[in-house]
Ligand binder design. Structure first.
Ligand SMILES: O=C(O)CCC(=O)C(=O)O
Length: 292
């Protein structure tokens, strides 16, 4: 738990300890010993804690909600629109998912991308590969066009398009090699994805937790302490759709884990728009994006 989140809970102070008479109650020799800090010694005498009622009522930190059942979820509604998730556990059968996972793990051209933050290069803590006729830029580095779709991905794209009713021209594949691989808080809000993008995310391999946090209002000054949070475990073969204002109003991440995790592949189908369509939009590239 962050410092700030803990600090909000208790207010009070340690009452002053009983004053010793000047010169001390004990002889000089004893006094000088008592004043030496010693291991396991908490100062000069018993102290009590006094609780002071805070002047302002304490602000509740919202409890993280968990979504784990199939369904459509409206997660927020605001001036920017409605944010929606659709969760389809078992989108692929165990047998199909097992077969596709081992093919894609062995046969996709996985590599580690280098991103830039304030001019400093850093390696992404996961492997990726990109499919699509157009390049995709995020975190100040570009994935080059790649039209060599693996046949398994062509088949999956069709299945995901049919289930979602949307079409996708691109795919970002992520490989989390173990529990130490991750993706940091960000939103898929690059201008090249257009307004209100639909992102279809298919998970294969070990279960990892997908977390969302709401963008704080302007009065919060960039502080995420009190924002709403959601957690969605994504098991083998699960499809998750993010729609509406989800990318504008929420951020998502897959955090590192402290328990062992096996490899996991995540396929995020997207639509990338070419330059002329982008020029019409005003949002600056990656305004809310965050560094992944
Ligand atoms: O691995 C996941 O479930 C999320 C991937 C993701 O956030 C992304 O590719 O933008």
């Amino acid at each position: 738990m962050g410092d700030k989140r803990q600090r909000a809970r208790v207010q009070g102070s340690w009452a002053k300890s009983a004053q010793l008479p000047k010169g001390g109650a004990r002889g000089r020799g004893e006094d000088s010993v008592a004043c030496q800090p010693r291991a396991g010694c908490w100062g000069t005498g018993p102290q009590t804690f006094e609780f002071h009622q805070p002047a302002k009522p304490l602000r509740e930190i919202p409890v993280e909600k968990v979504i784990e059942h199939a369904g459509e979820y409206q997660i927020s509604q605001g001036p920017t629109g409605v944010s929606r998730l659709r969760l389809v556990p078992g989108f692929l059968s165990q047998e199909e998912a097992d077969w596709m996972f081992s093919k894609l793990l062995a046969e996709l051209p996985w590599s580690q991308k280098t991103n830039f933050k304030q001019g400093q290069a850093y390696e992404e803590p996961r492997l990726t590969c990109w499919f699509g006729e157009l390049p995709y830029t995020y975190s100040n580095s570009t994935l080059q066009p790649n039209s060599q779709w693996h046949p398994v991905l062509v088949q999956l794209r069709e299945a995901v398009e049919q289930a979602s009713g949307c079409s996708f021209n691109s795919l970002l594949c992520n490989l989390y090699r173990d529990g130490k691989d991750s993706i940091a808080w960000h939103s898929d809000s690059e201008v090249s994805l257009g307004p209100e993008p639909v992102i279809a995310s298919l998970s294969l391999g070990d279960t990892r937790c997908f977390s969302l946090r709401k963008q704080p209002g302007p009065e919060e000054d960039g502080d995420y302490t009190y924002v709403e949070r959601l957690r969605i475990p994504l098991p083998h073969g699960t499809l998750l759709l993010m729609e509406g204002a989800t990318q504008e109003d929420w951020q998502h991440q897959v955090a590192k884990e402290y328990h062992d995790r096996g490899p996991r592949i995540n396929l995020t189908f997207r639509t990338i728009y070419p330059e002329p369509a982008r020029a019409k939009q005003t949002q600056s590239d990656g305004q809310w994006g965050g560094q992944r």
